[in-house]
Structure formats: structure tokens, C-alpha cells
Design a protein around this ligand. Structure first.
Ligand SMILES: [Zn+2]
Length: 125
């Protein structure tokens, strides 16, 4: 099972330059889980490509498209050991507790809008 760790990050307001401490939840994969995940993704895209063979005319675009996208996605996942899950903390502007879905992106900095006051926030280490 992939394990989850919490990292300390900061929320920084772009306009006011205020900073608050926040936590980022990260999912970590070992080498075997990484490879397995890449292979599963590749097979899923190739399955979709195979199903698209049945769609007239569009299959000229869809089949090679999914075939190639599957390879690209698998190559990216093959060496990706971490997924960013969520970031939680206090907004430096409105001081509400806020949480972001990081959509598997673990690289910092990232930019998000506060769901409470719509202020643009920088997520940084
Ligand atoms: Zn806010």
C-alpha cells in the first residue's frame, strides 16, 4: 500500500504578502507500486484505443491518439513516486480554514484561489 505523509508548506497571499503555515498531504509510492501504476495506466489507455476501433471515421484519430497518450502517461508515472493529495491551512487573508485538492500535483510552488475570499494564494515549501 502507498503510504501518506504530511509536509509543512506555506500559503502566501500574492497581494498582501501575508504568510500562514499549512500542511500538504502527499502519497508516496515505492518502486514496485510506481511501475505497477504505470503499466495499469498504459493498459487502460490501450483498452480505450481498442474500443475506439469500433467508431467509424473517428477511429483514425482516436486509436493512435489513445495509443500514444497511454505511452506518454505511463512514462511520466514510471518515474513519479509522489502524488500531492490535499493542502490544508489558514488563509492568510480571510483567516478561514481552507483546503485544496492538489489533483495529484506535488510540485511546488502552486497557485490556487481561496474558496472563501477568492484571494490568489501561492503554495510553497
Ligand atoms: Zn481567504
Amino acid at each position: 500500500m502507498p503510504k501518506q505523509v504530511t509536509r509543512n508548506i506555506q500559503f502566501k497571499s500574492q497581494k498582501h504578502q501575508h504568510i500562514t503555515q499549512a500542511k500538504m498531504l502527499v502519497q508516496i509510492y515505492n518502486e514496485k507500486e510506481q511501475k505497477l501504476r504505470a503499466i495499469k495506466t498504459l493498459l487502460l489507455f490501450w483498452l480505450i484505443a481498442a474500443v475506439c476501433v469500433l467508431i467509424p471515421i473517428a477511429h483514425f484519430l482516436l486509436v493512435p491518439g489513445f495509443f500514444i497518450v497511454g505511452i506518454i502517461k505511463a512514462i511520466k508515472l514510471w518515474s513519479k513516486a509522489e502524488d500531492g493529495l490535499t493542502a490544508e491551512g489558514e488563509c492568510p487573508v480571510c483567516h478561514n480554514q481552507i483546503s485544496f485538492n492538489l489533483e495529484k500535483s506535488v510540485e511546488l510552488p502552486q497557485w490556487r484561489d481561496c474558496p472563501e475570499c477568492a484571494e490568489s494564494l501561492e503554495l510553497n515549501a
